[in-house]
Ligand binder design. Structure first.
Ligand SMILES: [Ca+2]
Length: 434
């Protein structure tokens, strides 16, 4: 995982990491049902004094001087607080001011580029090897947690290329820098206190707290609070070593997915073909019974049936509009999004899960030469839709679900092909209605 763009959009709603046309948020794995870590100790009476060597960054030092007594008041021991906060360093992704001008013609990354990058042939072949090499482990995890092994492998592959790239940031430094920066202070402080809980529990040594740039740790990239709540010692050696023990990391991810509502044996999506013509007003956001899709002429794109698990209803999703592939989304798609809220992320995990089972997807071609809008044009589209009363949401240049649903409502009212996909033609129609 690596940030694609770092600019003013960065903290708009969460982390802009997966900068795609759909929801570009990167809230870091796990968006845990946040529980404050259990205070590990009862403090002796009296307030200790705090002294830290300067980090060389005044804002970080000032934040630390303020935070340490609060962490102590929350029940963490002085030794553990020092262990986490001594030696932290300012991380420039949070604590420097970028002077780089924003490229006014910048395009958000199209979802097919993201899928190309993340669902690569090498990632699929490596995933098949990993599944073959560790059959007993994956089978046991699937039996225990009910999460199909192909999806576990897909998460592992997406997050860290099967443990090969777990990040090389010091988790306390990156979270402290995030806290000192201010906009995500309470989130980052909660995560830092979870790191203190991890050290107190003896699950890791201070120097082992290695993370990605936003504080997610280990082979399946758990935020510290997610780790505290869901990490598992599958190997039975007494530590939840999500960094070095793939079995611990995979079991932790499976445990988290199960707790997030994973439905055993069900697919997250099924690629489908649509008849021509098709009433696209059914797409994007409205669940329909399987029988309705069948009556509308929706058929499986690559064989089988459109509802193999008999789930009964699903949403038709067109990530690149009418000209691209179409998918029926099932409840496990949303469970994957508890790991990372971006639709694009859940799509890639789903496609990797298909791919490692030798089911090539998507069968439908991406509309790579479509006249996509750049960020400024998307802002114009959002502004015009808002002026027309279609509630596109904030004018941020990101065509997420809110913008697409607003465009789709406009298209329906205007009698246009209503796929909600922002193209120049759509922009011209919307601005023409002002
Ligand atoms: Ca272990």
């Amino acid at each position: 995982m690596a940030p694609i763009r770092m600019n003013a959009l960065f903290f708009a709603s969460a982390f802009v990491l997966l900068s795609c046309q759909s929801t570009p948020e990167r809230p870091a794995p796990g968006q845990p049902p946040v529980t404050d870590p259990t205070p590990p100790v009862t403090q002796p009476p009296g307030n200790p004094t705090w002294s830290f060597d300067s980090s060389g960054h005044a804002q970080l030092d000032a934040w630390r001087a303020d935070f340490a007594p609060r962490a102590y008041a929350a029940g963490h021991s002085k030794d553990v607080i020092h262990s986490v906060l001594d030696g932290i360093e300012p991380m420039r992704q949070f604590l420097s001011v970028s002077s780089a001008p924003v490229d006014q013609a910048e395009f958000s990354k199209p979802i097919w580029d993201y899928v190309d990058d993340t669902v690569s042939a090498s990632r699929l072949s490596t995933g098949r090897q990993k599944l073959a090499n560790d059959t007993a482990l994956f089978d046991a995890l699937e039996r225990t947690y009910g999460v199909q092994k192909a999806y576990l492998a897909a998460i592992w592959g997406m997050e860290t290329s099967y443990g090969a790239v777990i990040g090389n940031f010091d988790a306390p430094s990156t979270l402290a820098s995030m806290a000192a920066e201010g906009r995500r202070q309470s989130f980052a402080e909660r995560e830092l206190m979870a790191l203190m809980t991890i050290l107190t529990a003896g699950d890791a040594y201070r120097h082992e707290l290695i993370a990605g740039w936003a504080g997610a740790m280990g082979q399946t990239q758990f935020m510290p609070t997610t780790y505290v709540a869901y990490a598992v010692d599958w190997t039975g050696d007494g530590t939840k070593d999500v960094w070095r023990a793939r079995a611990d990391a995979l079991a932790s991810a499976a445990n988290y997915l199960q707790a997030s509502g994973w439905r055993p044996g069900e697919p997250s999506l099924v690629e489908v073909s649509l008849p021509t013509p098709f009433n696209y007003s059914y797409a994007n956001g409205q669940k329909q019974p399987t029988s309705t899709w069948a009556a509308l002429g929706v058929t499986p794109a690559t064989g089988g049936v459109i509802d193999p698990a008999g789930i009964g209803q699903s949403e038709l999703w067109l990530p690149a509009g009418a000209a691209g592939p179409a998918f029926l989304l099932y409840p496990n798609f949303d469970v994957i999004k508890t790991y990372n809220r971006a639709d694009s992320y859940a799509l890639s995990v789903s496609l990797i899960a298909e791919g490692v089972q030798n089911r090539p997807a998507p069968a439908g071609a991406w509309p790579r030469d479509i006249d996509r809008l750049n960020i400024e044009e998307i802002k114009r589209l959002q502004s015009a839709l808002n002026q027309l009363g279609y509630s596109a949401g904030p004018v941020d240049g990101i065509a997420g679900r809110g913008t697409r649903n607003a465009l789709q409502s406009f298209q329906i009212a205007a009698g246009m092909l209503a796929d909600g996909f922002p193209t120049r033609r759509a922009l011209a129609a919307v601005e023409g209605a002002l």
